[in-house]
Design a binder for this molecule. Structure first.
Ligand SMILES: [Zn+2]
Length: 409
């Protein structure tokens, strides 16, 4: 059985140990030691990393898991059972994990005490941490929780652990109950239970002040409760710097202060909504005028008015509006094909005809596609397409002739 040093002495960063076993697996080596300061993955917390040094050299510890009650260090090189080694902890990584995990206890303990929320899930990743609470918390409650958590950090409260048996743990008033716990159970207390008391196998900091800062960075409703994203210590500091830089850049773009940004953005959105409504009304007027002019200049093939034109200052949406307007207002049968240059340097085209016209727009679209190397299609009464190139006057005339012949013939 491995002596677990991080259990009682979380600040131990190096120790001597003896190799118990070494097994090759998937190009690495699983090494068991008689004692270790390395925390294996568990309880939502990521594993420690570090190195093992022997007379033969140094191996990196790239992962660590508990398998069948034994802690197995995944190493980059083999060791001989019985060999004396030194185990070194990756301290910055451990501190980062302990900051997040201790902060998680503070948040979960205070969420329980302030709002009766139960932590039903904790996940620590390399770049984010989440807590799942069983009830929905309002934005004001999240602010209250974050402020209370940081008061607990500034108060530099003691964090201590006790190891006891399952029966004793079950009889204590803990946030996380241990009714079914058997054998040895470890309990972590923050401020002697005033902030948190919980069964836990993870690594913590000895004082809440060492967490530095706790930030709730995001939240969403999740399975009837709340999922919180949070960052502590160095991660909280980095998140603040990143977000401050983004807000400052945004505020400069809006020529306002960071605090006034929501108002400035709301004002711009209102202006955008008004501008869109105005543009829509003007587009409708333009389409009506253009449709009337097209009818005026149309040529006749039998009883059908035919128009085929390239329209300046229009986009694909305007072309559709012109087709709709023709369909609504034409007093005589019609067939229309209209083109407009787009922002990418290509050309959009739309075509429409009234019921009973001999030329199907689907068929006309196929002819246009072939003439301008474009793509598109549609129904007998309306079709649309686009090409990546410009369409010259000669091609427009040629397609107009095609329409006249198809309708007359
Ligand atoms: Zn813990």
């Amino acid at each position: 059985m491995t002596e677990i040093l991080y259990y009682e002495y979380p600040m131990v960063v190096s120790c001597t140990a003896k190799v118990v076993s070494c097994t090759a697996k998937d190009g690495a080596y699983l090494v068991a030691l008689d004692r270790t300061p390395i925390f294996p993955e568990g309880g939502g917390q990521l594993p420690d990393r570090g190195s093992i040094v022997s007379g033969a050299g140094t191996a990196e510890i790239t992962d660590c898991h508990t398998v069948g009650g034994e802690i197995l260090h995944t190493c980059s090189a083999p060791f001989t059972p019985g060999e004396a080694v030194t185990v070194n902890l990756d301290v910055p990584r451990r501190l980062d994990h302990a900051e997040q995990h201790t902060g998680e206890h503070v948040l979960s303990g205070l969420a329980s005490k302030l709002f009766g929320a139960v932590n039903v899930g904790f996940h620590m990743a390399e770049d984010y941490c989440t807590i799942d609470l069983d009830i929905e918390l309002a934005p004001e409650q999240l602010v209250e929780l974050e402020l209370a958590a940081n008061r607990a950090v500034r108060a530099d409260l003691p964090v201590h652990t006790e190891v006891t048996d399952g029966d004793d743990a079950s009889s204590r008033r803990l946030r996380k109950r241990a009714e079914k716990a058997q054998g040895e159970v470890r309990i972590v207390y923050i401020d002697n239970g005033k902030v948190d008391s919980c069964t836990c196998c993870g690594t913590h900091l000895p004082h809440t002040g060492m967490v530095g800062a706790i930030r709730i960075t995001d939240s969403q409703h999740y399975k009837g409760g709340t999922r919180l994203w949070f960052a502590c210590g160095g991660r909280a500091s980095s998140a603040s710097v990143r977000e401050h830089a983004a807000l400052t850049a945004l505020a400069r773009q809006y020529s306002t202060s960071r605090e006034e940004l929501p108002n400035a953005i709301r004002k711009q959105m209102d202006e955008l909504t008004a501008a869109k409504a105005e543009l829509k009304a003007k587009s409708a007027l333009l389409a009506a005028g253009t449709a009337a002019a097209l009818v005026e200049n149309a040529v006749k093939a039998g009883s059908v008015l035919i128009t085929c034109e390239k329209l300046a200052g229009m986009n694909a949406n305007d072309l559709k509006l012109v087709c709709d307007r023709l369909a609504e207002s034409a007093k005589e049968p019609f067939a229309a094909l209209v083109f407009a240059e787009n922002r990418e340097g290509g050309t959009d085209y739309r075509m429409a005809c009234s019921q009973g016209v001999k030329l199907s727009m689907k068929e006309l679209c196929a002819a246009v596609n072939a003439a301008v190397n474009g793509k598109g299609g549609g129904s007998p009464l309306f079709a649309q397409g686009k090409t990546s190139r410009g369409v010259d006057a000669q091609t427009v005339d040629m397609l107009k002739s095609y329409m006249i012949k198809a309708i007359e013939g």
